[in-house]
Design a protein around this ligand. Structure first.
Ligand SMILES: NC(=O)CC[C@H](N)C(=O)O
Length: 372
């Protein structure tokens, strides 16, 4: 059946529909990963975003019930050049098309994805509507005009855990070797702003006992749990709109070691008085180079963000520890006065390289030092 993508500037892409027969509005973004589509689709940071994959063939190893980064997909749509109908993998349980249907996500294939990506790169990120079934431009335009976009809106609280819960799984053991989890060394409370499961798996696999807490849990309640460290998660939307998260982090500065990823970095920096801004078209993929300014080493990283912290707005409260080599934006910071550090990229990968996993060890070292 026909499907269409209509952008807010009036550009239209006609193609074939797959996945759910429906329509949804969102911000149109692109991801340069060659694989890992199921993890990307279930990363809650893509809430209200229509994801375009730059790699031309997607779906070739199917989907399964293990590679979920959260309970379900929060994406608004999925666009590929060609969706593979005959997946081949011993782990495959459902084709991409079947899986998208089960998740209620609209797919669009057979469009010139290079043209779309170049358009977004030139003109900047924009709102769009993806529709599988109805393709009448007039009615889609009207629906899109009602969509407010991401800026200034908190879209974290609606997808965060409602109650605290305990997490006790380590990283994937896909060959079922019965690998043992390490002994618990420290207890962390992990704020769920839209947390990816591989962060939880890696925390547990590094010897942390993990309690996930709702995005709006007051700082005092978290401190009462007496954690050895607090983790600030990734998450969707405009960081400047996550007011209670920013407020809570401000209250915990200096009282407990903190480590944050992506939205977690933005929230920490905002709590310190910095300013965030929207990138022209964001960074999304599993092949983005970052320089560690402390060691001089280059890490190939997974990224997924549309906002960034303005380095000049932080003053001397923090030190820049990492820099993005594609556009020299801020990729990591460390507080000078408090035990807290964050990165703008994704050391948990899933999908992506493992170059930056040392940051989970660094979190442990920071806690150890704080206790001495
Ligand atoms: N992955 C994330 O945590 C994304 C953070 C934020 N929503 C951004 O787009 O910049």
């Amino acid at each position: 059946m026909k499907a269409v993508l209509l952008l807010e500037d009036g550009t239209v892409f006609h193609g074939r529909g797959f996945g759910a027969e429906s329509y949804r509005c969102g911000e149109v973004v692109f991801n340069t990963s060659m694989t890992g589509y199921q993890e990307i689709l279930t990363d809650p940071s893509y809430n209200e975003q229509i994801i375009t994959m730059t790699y031309p063939l997607i779906g070739n190893y199917g989907t399964n019930s293990e590679d979920f980064e959260s309970i379900r997909s929060y994406a608004s749509g999925f666009i590929v050049k060609e969706a593979c109908d005959y997946p081949s993998s011993w782990r495959n349980e459902a084709s991409l098309d079947e899986w998208l249907k089960s998740q209620g996500i609209v797919g669009l294939e057979g469009i010139d994805t290079r043209k779309l990506v170049r358009h977004i790169r030139d003109s900047g990120a924009m709102r769009g509507i993806i529709s599988h079934g109805e393709t009448d431009a007039g009615s889609l335009k009207e629906k899109l005009s009602e969509y407010p976009g991401l800026v200034g809106r908190n879209i974290v609280n609606s997808i965060s855990a409602k109650e605290p819960y305990h997490w006790n799984e380590g990283t994937h053991d896909i060959y079922k070797t019965g690998r043992k989890l390490p002994e618990i060394e420290y207890k962390v409370a992990a704020y769920d702003f839209g947390i990816k499961r591989n962060i939880l798996r890696l925390l547990r696999s590094h010897g942390f006992s993990v309690t996930v807490v709702p995005a709006d849990m007051p700082a005092e309640e978290v401190m009462k749990m007496n954690p050895d460290g607090v983790f600030l998660s990734n998450g969707p939307g405009d960081p400047a709109a996550v007011n209670c998260g920013i407020e809570n982090v401000r209250k915990m500065l200096g009282r407990v070691p903190m480590f944050g990823i992506c939205l977690g970095q933005q929230i920490l920096a905002l709590a310190l008085g910095a300013k965030s801004f929207k990138l022209k078209f964001g960074h999304r993929g599993a092949n983005h180079p970052v320089k560690n300014l402390e060691t001089g080493k280059i890490e190939i990283t997974t990224q997924n963000h549309g906002f960034c912290i303005d380095l000049d707005s932080i003053g001397d409260k923090v030190e820049a520890t990492h820099i993005n080599l594609n556009d020299n934006t801020l990729a990591g910071i460390k507080c000078r006065e408090y035990p807290a550090f964050t990165v703008q990229y994704h050391p948990e990968a899933s999908p992506g390289p493992h170059d930056s996993r040392y940051l989970f060890e660094d979190f442990k070292k920071m806690i150890r030092q704080f206790k001495q």
